[in-house]
Design a protein around this ligand. Structure first.
Ligand code: TTP
Ligand code: MG
Length: 387
């Protein structure tokens, strides 16, 4: 029981309620404002009672609870609070890994002589976070990352839970498949069509059917369903890089298809970057040819960026000069490093059209699950329209 997962409760909304006592006990929604086209970033637990949740269109939230208090996010402020909470983790173990702005894993296997049992460490963390920041944090304890995070979700809000080894056989099989890492509603829908709704039911259908859904991750998911997760906690004081890659079903040689893939990946990493309230100094491109040779290229920008267009233009330019144009590729990846939160609230950002478009597209993407909205440039061919 050596992994601890910590996640602040209703983070942005709790910070607002902490800073303004008049908001306490009331439904508070942080995100776009009513009348705007945007979504809920998060909301207080009082607002959740009305069925409101993250990523819901703001006007739907308004219809459900017009008396709620709607506030725009203050990213730089939340970043500061996040750093304050992360520095508390640092006092317990050097091995901790930030997962997002308000959650982290701690490997406490070497800390018991100093701080006692995992349960004791978890309660020390909870009381220090409350004393020093005025915020509640939920904590899960488990033998691995997956079960520790699952325990946190079961303990929320303002709770603590240990997912014991016994619970792997008594509780895990009966939980819905959406409790597995990374399984969202879309995948859950495909699994439901196969008659799978609980973790335990994964073992009652042929593996080939699971492979249709999980592809090369089938073993990873079957392990999770058995309560096994071998991923280590990777130390780091913060998110160091963001990357995403695509392995094509068939190797691709057509530059316009590669270009679309680079555009799609640039958008995915850009979305994550903005979600974390960060900017990137370095853009990375990874190309793998059909004979498994891998080429890495990186370019550092004069000033950090957060726009999809700049990420894409830089990544595509590296592809253009890679010498691999028209060479069949099996994999393309786009990555960002040199991450920083500097200058995020400078006025330039808000005067910057690309930045505004990206924020708008992020909101629409959440609203329509990414199916409909895209930059027109993604649809054009490289020969007719270079970015
Ligand atoms: P979460 O930890 O997922 O949510 P939360 O802290 O608001 O609530 P809880 O953990 O108690 O369920 O995300 C942390 C912050 O990230 C959240 O306060 C706002 C931001 N966020 C978004 O901006 N958009 C999203 O879709 C989500 C899920 C979170
Ligand atoms: Mg949280």
């Amino acid at each position: 029981m050596d992994i601890i997962h910590c996640d602040l409760d209703a983070f942005y909304a709790s910070v607002e309620q902490r800073d303004n006592p008049q908001l306490r006990g009331k439904p508070v929604i942080v995100g776009a404002l009513p009348g705007q086209r945007g979504v809920v970033s998060t909301c207080s637990y009082e607002a959740r009672e009305y069925g409101i949740h993250s990523a819901m269109p703001i006007n739907q939230a308004y219809r459900l609870c017009p008396q709620a208090i709607f506030l725009p996010p203050r990213m730089e402020h939340y970043q500061k609070v996040s750093r304050q909470v992360f520095s508390i983790f640092e006092d317990f173990t050097p091995i901790w890994e930030a997962l997002s702005i308000d959650e982290a894993f701690l490997d406490v296997s070497g800390c018991h002589r100093l701080f006692g049992s995992s349960r004791h460490i978890a309660s020390l963390i909870r009381s220090r976070v409350l004393d020093e920041t005025g915020l509640t944090i939920s904590v899960g304890i488990g033998p691995n990352k997956f079960l520790a995070k699952l325990a946190t979700n079961m303990a929320k809000p303002d709770g603590m839970m240990e997912f014991t080894s016994t619970m792997i056989s008594t509780v895990l099989p009966g939980l819905p498949v959406t409790c597995l890492w990374g399984i969202g509603e879309k995948t859950a829908g495909r699994l439901r069509q196969l008659g799978i709704d609980t973790v335990g039911s994964l073992f009652f259908i042929p593996r080939s059917k699971l492979t249709d859904v999980f592809g090369s991750n089938t073993d990873f998911y079957l392990d999770l369903a058995r309560g096994i997760d071998r991923r280590p906690v990777v130390s780091g004081t913060n998110i160091k890089s963001i990357s995403n890659e695509t392995t094509f079903g068939n190797d691709l040689a057509d530059p316009s298809l590669i270009r679309s893939a680079i555009m799609e990946l640039s958008h995915k990493v850009g979305l994550r970057l903005r979600r974390e309230g960060l900017k990137a100094r370095t853009i990375m491109l990874k190309l793998r040819t059909s004979d498994f040779k891998t080429l890495h290229r990186r370019q550092t920008m004069d000033s950090p960026t957060e726009t999809d267009l700049e990420i894409f233009t830089t990544a595509y330019n590296m592809y253009d000069h890679s010498g691999l144009k028209k060479v069949p590729l099996r994999l393309v990846g786009v990555g960002l490093s040199g991450l920083t939160c500097e200058g995020l609230e400078q006025p330039a950002l808000f005067n910057n059209t690309d930045g505004k478009i990206d924020h708008l597209l992020d909101n629409l993407q959440l609203r329509f699950e990414g199916a409909v909205i895209t930059r027109a440039v993604r649809l054009k061919s490289p020969e007719t329209d270079k970015p």
